[in-house]
Design a protein around this ligand. Structure first.
Ligand code: E4P
Length: 217
C-alpha cells in the first residue's frame, strides 16, 4: 500500500520523504490556504521533491473551466494528478483530461456509485473521504470495502486513495481491505511507529545497557 502525504506543507513533506515515506502528495484548496503559499509555486516545489503523483485541485465548477484549470496545473510537472470534484462537471473534466493523458484524482467521493462513475470516466484515482463519513455516524471503511469489491469485480484500474484519514486505525483497515493508497496528514503518518510496548521495551533496554558500562562507538 502506498502512503501519500495529505498536506501542502513542504517542510513536513521533506521530513517524511527523508525516510522514504512519501509515495505521493495530495493537496486541496483548504490545505493550500493552510500553507499560506501560492498554489502554482508550492505545487511546483512539491513536484520537484516527490517523484510520485502530486494532486492539485481545480476550483472551477463548470466542466470547460475545470478542463482549462486542469491543463494549466498539468503543465507544472509530469507527476501532477489533477483533482476534480465528484460532480457531473467533474466527471466530464475527468474524461477529457484522462483522454489527454493527464492523471486525474476524483475527490469528495462518499458513495460506491460515485466511485463506479469515476472509474468509468477514466479516473486514475478515486478519493473516498472516510473521516468525514465517520463524522456523520457512518462507517467510512465500509465504503472502501465496497469500492474495492466493485473495482475488483470489473477489473477497473482506478486506484483507491483512502482520504480524510484521521487515525492510525484507518491506515490498518485500509491495508487489510487492500486499498491502493492511504493519504494522511503528516501527524497521522508519524504516529504509525507509536506503541507503548515499543516505548517501554526501549526504556528497559537502555537502562540495562547503561548498567553494562559498554559503548558501541
Ligand atoms: C484528500 O485528498 C483530502 O485532501 C483530504 O484527505 C481531506 O481530509 P479532511 O476531511 O480531513 O479535510
Amino acid at each position: 500500500m502506498k502512503f501519500f502525504a495529505d498536506t501542502a506543507d513542504i517542510d513536513a513533506i521533506a521530513e517524511l520523504n527523508d525516510i522514504g515515506f512519501v509515495d505521493g502528495v495530495t493537496t486541496n484548496p483548504s490545505l493550500i490556504l493552510k500553507s499560506g503559499r501560492d498554489i502554482l509555486e508550492v505545487t511546483k516545489e512539491i513536484c520537484a521533491l516527490i517523484k510520485g503523483p502530486v494532486s492539485a485541485e481545480v476550483v472551477a465548477t463548470e466542466a470547460d473551466d475545470m478542463i482549462a484549470e486542469g491543463r494549466k496545473l498539468a503543465k507544472i510537472a509530469e507527476n501532477i494528478a489533477v483533482k476534480v470534484p465528484l460532480t457531473w462537471s467533474g466527471l466530464k473534466a475527468c474524461k477529457t483530461l484522462s483522454d489527454e493523458g493527464t492523471m486525474v484524482n476524483v475527490t469528495l467521493c462518499f458513495s460506491a456509485n460515485q466511485a463506479l462513475l469515476a472509474a468509468k470516466a477514466g479516473a486514475t484515482f478515486i478519493s473516498p473521504f472516510v473521516g468525514r463519513l465517520d463524522d456523520v455516524n457512518l462507517d467510512g471503511m465500509d465504503l472502501i470495502d465496497d469500492i474495492r469489491t466493485i473495482y475488483d469485480n470489473y477489473l477497473f484500474k482506478t486506484e483507491i486513495i483512502v482520504a480524510s484519514v484521521r487515525s492510525v486505525n484507518h491506515v490498518t483497515q485500509s491495508a487489510l481491505i487492500g486499498a491502493d493508497v492511504v493519504t494522511a496528514p503528516p501527524n497521522v503518518l508519524k504516529k504509525l511507529t507509536d506503541h507503548p510496548l515499543t516505548e517501554n521495551g526501549l526504556k528497559a533496554f537502555m537502562a540495562d545497557w547503561a548498567k553494562t558500562g559498554q559503548q558501541i562507538l
